[in-house]
Design a protein around this ligand. Structure first.
Ligand SMILES: O=c1ccn([C@H]2C[C@H](O)[C@@H](CO)O2)c(=O)[nH]1
Ligand SMILES: [Zn+2]
Length: 134
């Protein structure tokens, strides 16, 4: 399944706004993400850090978990966009890749972006080949 460049423009704008809400007093690295459902709903998220560092939650997972909390289920998602102030397109961590594999279809497009206009589209399957699944 693919989405139009315009759709990704909207989703990226939402991710950029969400990034402004990042709670990142330790890394000072702000990230924003937004997910689109197949029925047209959008959910966004930012990273949320904690003094107990392992509890830090990434923007991608905040957005996806927010959608799940609103009733979305695996298979409901059409696209995800992520952005941060990186040199190239931001690269999601392994934990988020594993969560994407669980909740999103393998062919779902993910837009990796930065604040300077870099954009890279990649599928969930390509982000985590040979993923662990039950
Ligand atoms: O794709 C990424 C990579 C990192 N982070 C967050 C986790 C942590 O709060 C900070 C530094 O790793 O950035 C994200 O939200 N998404
Ligand atoms: Zn992550």
């Amino acid at each position: 399944m693919s989405v139009s460049p315009n759709t990704f423009d909207d989703l990226l704008a939402l991710a950029r706004d969400a990034r402004e809400q990042a709670y990142a007093p330790y890394s000072h690295f702000q990230v924003g993400a937004a997910v689109l459902t197949r029925d047209g709903r959008q959910f966004s998220g930012c990273n949320v850090e904690n003094a107990s560092y392992s509890l830090c939650n990434c923007a991608e997972r905040t957005a996806l978990f927010s959608a799940i909390a609103a009733g979305c289920r695996p298979g409901d998602f059409a696209a995800l966009a992520v952005t941060a102030d990186t040199d190239g397109p931001v690269s999601p961590c392994g934990a988020c890749r594993q969560v994407m594999v669980e909740l999103c279809n393998a062919d779902m497009p993910v837009l990796l972006a930065n604040l300077r206009g870099a954009r890279q589209e990649i599928s969930v399957a390509a982000l985590l080949p040979n993923a662990f699944r039950l």
